[in-house]
Design a protein around this ligand. Structure first.
Ligand SMILES: NC(=O)c1ccc[n+]([C@@H]2O[C@H](COP(=O)([O-])OP(=O)(O)OC[C@H]3O[C@@H](n4cnc5c(N)ncnc54)[C@H](O)[C@@H]3O)[C@@H](O)[C@H]2O)c1
Ligand SMILES: *[C@@H]1O[C@H](CO)[C@@H](O)[C@H](O)[C@H]1NC(C)=O
Ligand SMILES: *[C@@H]1O[C@H](CO)[C@@H](O)[C@H](O)[C@H]1NC(C)=O
Ligand SMILES: *[C@@H]1O[C@H](CO)[C@@H](O)[C@H](O)[C@H]1NC(C)=O
Ligand SMILES: *[C@@H]1O[C@H](CO)[C@@H](O)[C@H](O)[C@H]1NC(C)=O
Ligand SMILES: *[C@@H]1O[C@H](CO)[C@@H](O)[C@H](O)[C@H]1NC(C)=O
Length: 413
């Protein structure tokens, strides 16, 4: 969400390093029970296991009929962790690949606790920017599908640090695609964004609206889409590209939530900013621009609940077809103004959030909302969580009971 301030860029490197050291310990503990499941013969059904350096096959190395083994990149992040939860609950097998640069090992630990049975969930700490590491992971695991969430995803940050975006979005997607191609993994669901459309003249946005992105984030995602489409022309891969609108909400059962790194707060999205104001972490909310050509003068966006979004991924996974790239908008089809959002957030949190109205910020556009009819017609998907206040209430419940995110609990309540 582009409506809020994003001046502060100081990243607490020291804190991150210490946190990484601590989490790596946690990961090693975590990998122990799931990584090796001895007792299986080496009669894997993949020809390229023949040169495997491992003495025996773990469960992950064999395809299992009736079970889809999904590689979830970025599965320690906000959307990826919710996807992993749903896939595991649907009895799929999940491997999370994440380098925790922005995600939370705490989310992985929650999933581990919920699905402790060996062979269901595997966490691999790795960097998608490292092709050799990625290739090795594909060689050692029989993935049936990949959902590629891992990315950096803040519009404001992308204008300040474009190479970080082209590297971690475009180039890393190429690494994933090459690994899939050389290891015969034939189903891909790709996380794209409405930012690839830029500033369309006509609303709502359909999948045929021209893609003319205006910031490095949108451009990097568009390039990744182009690479995938070009590759698919001469491949039998089954691909679904989902272009998300503004994602909000969290698991209704309160097991997972959205916990962005504190150092990214200033780049943050509107729900995070509202919750920060509601919990007193910030003194109030800055709304930039009240003179847009919209009914109440503030920007209009299409807010999609993460539970609906994940449902779209599950349907995409089931309906992906060989030699096709299907592309869908995932939104509610209805725009909500920033003022409406703030009112809903006030009610959901019960907090009297102070709102400061400021001038417009350059680069923000007045109105963005989707036409989701294609995904409804083709995948029978429609948004179910369309009550903004209810989605925010659920997300706030998690936030309030996790004042320190996925970190160690704090005493304050
Ligand atoms: N949140 C939204 O509103 C929104 C909207 C449109 C599209 N998207 C897309 O959805 C996807 C997920 O977004 P999110 O909001 O969950 O973000 P997130 O930051 O919570 O999750 C991204 C995850 O990817 C991991 N990651 C990043 N670079 C990596 C690398 N090189 N190697 C391994 N792991 C790496 C991070 O550690 C993190 O856990 C992204 O592709 C994003 O562009 C999000
Ligand atoms: C081992 O298998 C991989 C594919 O998984 C292949 O690219 C590689 O060339 C093989 N190496 C040898 C020595 O056969
Ligand atoms: C998990 O699966 C059960 C049925 O097996 C279902 O009732 C429940 O809603 C599912 N939960 C999630 C989060 O998908
Ligand atoms: C995550 O990956 C990036 C490259 O994409 C790398 O530069 C960085 O060091 C990694 N972070 C961690 C904590 O491993
Ligand atoms: C992204 O890429 C840059 C290199 O451009 C790297 O320094 C950084 O650590 C990478 N990872 C993240 C999460 O930004
Ligand atoms: C479409 O989805 C609805 C519920 O979301 C379901 O009741 C209906 O049977 C589905 N229709 C088809 C054709 O699958």
């Amino acid at each position: 969400m582009d409506v809020f301030d994003m001046k502060q860029r100081s990243i607490l490197v020291g804190t991150v390093l210490v946190a990484s050291a601590l989490t790596i310990f946690g990961i090693l503990m975590l990998r122990q029970p799931t990584l090796n499941s001895p007792g299986l013969s080496t009669s894997g059904n993949r020809e390229h296991n023949s040169n495997s350096s491992l003495p025996t096959l773990s469960r992950q190395e064999q395809h299992e009929s009736g079970v889809t083994h999904v590689l979830v990149t970025g599965g320690a992040g906000y959307i990826g962790s919710h996807a992993a939860l749903r896939l595991l609950n649907d009895s799929h097998r999940v491997t999370i690949l994440d380098n925790l640069s922005r995600g939370n090992i705490g989310a992985v630990k929650v999933l581990e606790k919920l699905f402790p049975k060996p062979g269901r969930l595997q966490f691999i700490y790795a960097d998608l920017g490292d092709p050799r590491a990625v290739n090795k992971i594909f060689a050692e695991n029989a993935f049936d599908a990949v959902i590629h969430f891992a990315a950096v995803a803040y519009v404001g940050e992308s204008t300040l640090d474009p190479l970080r975006y082209y590297h971690n979005i475009t180039s890393n997607t190429l690494v994933v695609l090459e690994a899939m191609a050389s290891h015969g993994v034939k189903r891909l669901i790709y996380s794209s964004t409405c930012a690839t459309y830029g500033e369309p003249k006509k609303m709502p946005i359909t999948e045929d609206t021209p893609q003319l992105p205006i910031n490095p984030y949108g451009k990097a995602k568009k390039m990744a889409e182009d690479i995938i489409r070009d590759f698919s022309k001469n491949s039998d891969m089954a691909v679904v590209i989902l272009r998300y609108f503004n994602v909000i909400g969290s698991d209704p059962e309160g097991r997972l939530g959205e916990a962005p790194r504190p150092e990214l707060r200033e780049h943050g999205r509107i729900s995070g900013a509202c919750f920060d104001a509601a919990s007193g972490i910030t003194t109030g909310l800055k709304v930039r621009g009240t003179d847009y050509n919209t009914p109440d003068g503030t920007c209009i966006r299409d807010y999609i609940d993460v539970n609906d979004l994940i449902d779209a991924h599950v349907k995409a996974l089931a309906n992906a077809e060989s030699r096709q790239v299907k592309t869908y908008n995932v939104g509610t089809g209805r725009g909500k103004s920033v003022k409406e959002f703030v009112e809903a957030c006030k009610i959901a949190t019960g907090a009297d959030i102070k709102v400061k109205y400021l001038d417009r910020r350059p680069g923000d556009y007045a109105e963005v909302y989707s036409d989701p009819s294609k995904i409804r017609q083709e995948l029978n998907w429609t948004a179910q969580y369309t009550d903004l206040q209810e989605s925010l209430k659920i997300a706030w419940r998690w936030r309030k009971s996790h004042t320190n995110g996925y970190g160690p609990p704090t005493d304050e309540h």
